[in-house]
Design a protein around this ligand. Structure first.
Ligand code: ZN
Length: 123
């Protein structure tokens, strides 16, 4: 997983960063509740999908082959925290974890970043 400190994630979550991961869309499947999703999209392509019943941000597809997954929704997971993203937007009062990779903005090579996030496993 990674932490994103971009201002859009800050506003979406009402906090300093989003904790998320990205998986290939062929590895993701909705089991239920998909009809309750509302969508909001900016001209830049940033989109926020959320549950119209509870307001939680929910996974959404981007660049057609990836799915962004907010980690806080998941139960019984023990993800490896691998990267900080958009550190240039981090407020001074927030101290980031020391992680393997640290990006001032978004990773340029999304596919390589997704492969990095999905490599390695916790025991
Ligand atoms: Zn972000």
């Amino acid at each position: 997983m990674y932490h994103c400190y971009c201002t859009l994630c800050q506003k979406q979550g009402g906090t300093v960063s989003n904790a998320a991961t990205i998986v290939y869309s062929d590895k993701f499947k909705w089991m239920s509740g998909e009809s309750k999703i509302k969508k909001w999209r900016k001209d830049t392509g940033f989109s926020s999908h959320f549950c119209c019943e509870c307001g939680s941000p929910v996974p959404n597809v981007f660049k057609s082959k990836f799915v962004w997954v907010p980690i806080g929704l998941m139960e019984n997971v023990n993800p490896i925290v691998k990267a900080n993203v958009w550190l240039s937007s981090r407020p001074d009062w927030a101290t980031p974890l020391e992680l393997e990779r640290n990006y001032d903005s978004a990773p340029e090579e999304v596919e390589e970043f997704v492969q990095f996030l999905n490599s390695g496993h916790n025991a």
